[in-house]
Design a protein. Structure first.
Length: 216
């Protein structure tokens, strides 16, 4: 069977016995100073999600399987990765309340940094820090992962008020797109040169780790 990229979470990320994880959205900034001691900053490129993961102790056979996955990915293979510390909204981390609701983008703010969602259960709450993703293009698939920076609550019709997100809304995003709130994931590659295969002892392999960066 041919391996198809990007790898689904179930084909890669969910198979990793992750021991520790870092998930962040660093700005790409240049800065300069003035004679008056002021610091001037300029964000020179859109932000991209990054992650750093350390894989837990494994027996040799288990480690061999994980190594094979990284061999398959290589330098260019893409995969979907979510933050294991945030499997879902803070008030509904397993999606029990959300159930089979079909959540969509209802409105995109004219400021290009806010959304309204529709299709939620009445009274459903989303909190600052919750994550969501949606796919906004195909061939290739383009995915946007966003973090909420304001709280939102769905009204009786299942529509939220407007709330801000980061990063900003990307070109090509339209209303009606399906939104994922449970295990929202970014499309990633392994950062070149970052994979450490770990060290094999008599029984266990320890110290396997890698870094990832979002691709568009």
């Amino acid at each position: 069977m041919t391996i198809a990229f990007p790898l689904a979470r179930t084909a890669f990320a969910d198979l990793l016995p992750i021991a520790s994880f870092k998930w962040h959205l660093p700005p790409l900034v240049e800065s300069s100073g003035t004679a008056l001691g002021q610091v001037i900053t300029n964000e020179i490129a859109p932000r991209r999600w990054r992650a750093e993961a350390e894989i837990g102790r494994m027996k040799h056979a288990e480690a061999a399987e994980i190594l094979a996955l990284f061999d398959a990915i290589g330098p260019n293979g893409t995969f979907y990765l979510h933050n294991p510390a945030q499997p879902g909204p803070r008030d509904d981390p397993k999606g029990v309340v959300l159930g089979a609701s079909s959540v969509t983008i209802d409105t995109i703010g004219g400021d290009n940094k806010s959304l309204r969602l529709a299709g939620l259960p009445a009274g459903y709450t989303l909190k600052r820090g919750d994550l969501l993703h949606f796919d906004y293009a195909s061939n290739p698939t383009r995915r946007a992962l966003h973090r909420m920076v304001e709280n939102a609550t769905a009204n009786a019709s299942g529509v939220t008020g407007s709330f801000e997100i980061r990063p900003f809304v990307r070109a090509g995003t339209t209303t009606g797109l399906a939104v994922t709130l449970i295990k929202p994931a970014a499309k990633m590659i392994v950062e070149p040169g970052s994979f450490d295969p770990g060290t094999a002892g008599p029984v266990f392999v320890t110290g396997m780790s890698f870094r990832t960066i979002e691709v568009r």
